[in-house]
Design a protein around this ligand. Sequence first.
Ligand SMILES: Nc1ncnc2c1ncn2[C@@H]1O[C@H](COP(=O)(O)OP(=O)(O)OP(=O)(O)O)[C@@H](O)[C@H]1O
Length: 513
Amino acid sequence: MIEAKRSGAHLALQAGAGTGKTTVLVMAARSDRRRGMYLAYNRPVVDDAARKFPSNVPCLTGHGLAMRTTGRQYSARLNTPREPSWKIGERLGIPPTMQVRLGPRLLTHKTISYSVLQTVKRFCHSADDEIHYRHVPTLKGLPDDYRPDLARIVLPYARRAWKDLQNPERGAVRFEPDHYLKIWALTTPTIPADFLLLDEAQDTNPVLEQVFLAQRSHAQLIMVGDSAQAIYGWRGARDVMTGFDGTQLHLTQSFRFGPALATEANRWLAIVESPLRLKGSPAIDTSVGPVDNPDAVLCRSNAGAIREVLALLADGRRVAMVGGGEALEKLARAAGELKAGHRTGHPELVLFTTWDELYEYATTDPSGTDLLPLVEIIEDHGVDVVLQAVRSLYPEHDAQVVISTAHKSKGREWPTVRIAADFELRPGNKASETETDEGGNPLPDIDLGEARLAYVAVTRARQRLDLGGLSWINNFPQFAVQAGDHPGPAPVHSSPWDRLGPPTDRRLPADSA
Ligand SMILES: Nc1ncnc2c1ncn2[C@@H]1O[C@H](COP(=O)(O)OP(=O)(O)OP(=O)(O)O)[C@@H](O)[C@H]1O
């Protein structure tokens, strides 16, 4: 890496799970006295980096960088209190009496206001210059056929909202950091640095990616991440690493776990069609099998997390939730509102007018099965039991078991991990009876996004992994794990420095001496 960096070439470092990419980045930064800058989309990642990087490499989020210039100009509009979308919608001219039926769903002014603000948000995350149809969100429960109708209603208000946000003094829409980030990006800014490091590049939103890539004529660009861990496609992030025009390097030696778990990880890498294969540390003894009392339970969804929290509390365990219980509480309260006969503003449930409608959706529609644990729990136990459970949560340092969504487990590790039941094969993923591979084995239709999430989840364990809700994968012989098997074209290297590809012949003027 250091050699490749010295060459001055633009670099994309694909770092598999647990390969210690931060250590490698810090070493590379320390070996370079030029003006650098470390960028990442998420604040916790940047805070962690700021403790490790040398002083010639300031660590910033895209928002932090945008705040230095554009954000300041809008300071009069920042930090206003939160308010419900429909109030902003009213100020944009959406009448409180507005109701539109789209197929099975009745959209109120609240849903439309929410969709308008989401459209602006998705535009702000994009690299686009103007608001388009593709920025209109998909609403849970609204069939895709009705999206054009939704767009026709929403787009004029969204464009009005974006115009409103250009005024630095005052306006109808609550001004948020995503807004000044986008306004800044549209100015095609130049970042004053000789080299730029972009961390977690696989999950960077296009707005920051665009600014980063635009610096390539005056700065050495180095992006780091793991394409197989790209799990934020739903919020607009794209895998920018795979197609990056620069030297591709690989880190494949995992320092987190031993060979057995590397083999499990490689099964998922093959499924997500990654060329990368991991090698475990022979000195670490990691096994795969049942775990009675795991340190962490990783869930697919918040609804699934509620089920795990209740089960573990019933077992008398001290339970913590990564990120706190607020998301679970909001979901349970929203379900309670519906159960009590009112509509709710919760984004996941906003389209359902009654509890029965939600029940039918969760139990019969393949895209609603992630809400099934929530519906079942509210039916069986009621909202108060869930709220009581959330109040019983411990801080992480005092808990016996930590529950996390797989999304929030990113970058974390625990000695023993169990995969939660909500990773079970879902209706959309059922093994088809008609489709088989060459050996006649049934082929499951595994969604790539789901498989990447599974890869993130299984690679969080240091000592033992309980496949739990992902055990169904063992029913498919074509995905069998074979110890010592490292299929695929990717090289497996033994030391962090051997692993890195050859220096490139492309040099930047600043570094050619
Ligand atoms: N050079 C190294 N030698 C030994 N152990 C290391 C080294 N680098 C990192 N580690 C350890 O390996 C584990 C994984 O490191 P780290 O969390 O930085 O990986 P990562 O690349 O960020 O992984 P992920 O993307 O999966 O979160 C940690 O426990 C870390 O302390």
